[in-house]
Design a protein around this ligand. Sequence first.
Ligand code: PMP
Length: 409
Amino acid sequence: LTSFPVELIRADFPILAEKIRNKPLVYLDNAASCQKPNAVIDSISHVYRHEYANIHRGVHTLSVRATDKFEAAREKVRGFINAASSKEIIFVRGATEAINLIAQTYGKANIKAGDEIVITAMEHHSNIVPWQMLCEQTGAVLKVASMNIQGELLYNEFASLLNNKTRLVAVAHMSNALGTINPVELIIAAAHAHNIPVMLDGAQAIPHLAVDVQALDCDFYVFSGHKLYGPSGIGVMYGKQALLEAMPPYQGGGDMIKTVSFEKSTYAGLPHKFEAGTPSIADVIGLGAAIDYLNEIGMANIAAYEAELLDYATQQAKQIKGLRIIGEAGDKGAILSFVLDRIHPHDIGTMLDSLGIAIRAGHHCAMPVMEFYGVPATARASFAMYNTRQEIDVLMNGIESLIDVFELS
Ligand code: PMP
């Protein structure tokens, strides 16, 4: 723990010095969105000050400069997840758009009435609703693999759902509501044994784990920049080149075509085929800056530090009478979801806010998970590499003090 340079890292995040209600900010809502280091903020500012023009079309110097920076960021993303080619990196608005893209292109082209799509009981709404929409459009059937009370996938049940009607498996790498890290290697091996492609929703896993899409051998991997210390409004869809080549385009427009006439248009090659219109240029470059920053720290170091933080938080939480942790998977990322006897999660969130502590209270876009646990909502503290043990102490003291207040009243 001592060797991780958390104080140096904190100094790189200006917002962490904010005071909230006259108290130092304790930001524990990282699973919703992470804060940004100076490296990202400055890179975006630098683009607009020195490098901004539209990309891929201008012959002028500034456009060439912006295009080079944009494509360099694509290469950084490729390296970060170890994709085989930067053609496999498609920029989208976020994980949500990536999943909708896959459903509406790959899905529409390959999934028909009676076919099956397998997800799990712990998915975020954005990995449920796009498949339901596709099922409504095609007559395909959504199958859901259950979990146990710890929030772990029932792997055998999952495997038994795979058959010759299954066309796609779409699974969270890490759950946002519970923190569960799914056994994705096993899931992928089981699906591939039936020639079924696998999409991993990496929205939560990406800031916590080193991800190697070639080692995983997943077919699609999606994530959002804003949870990776990068800008909001930008995300990534990775797909294996052969799959992407065979998929029809998503949106039509500029930049995604080779030729256009009123009779017929032909499409650009990868990755541009899936990137219609002017993209979020500065945000892509900002995402590249976030990746440079993370590479300097090292994802393995981040994972080790956060595992210790989660352990500490879990131990402390277990000391609190009346606190129930929701999600206790053996393999878990830095998320602590909990409920308190007699105190609604929204009250927990509001009262902690008065102490400067930012957590999330709600269903976390995972209503079926709440239903499974029989709770309307949970309080969720989610940790990032810049959080400290002292902040966890502040959180736990805050929870103790609000229990006192409720018990007195
Ligand atoms: N999947 C998971 C597991 C998530 O946690 C989130 C964001 N909460 C999403 C998908 C959707 O990400 P975005 O809203 O950035 O598109």
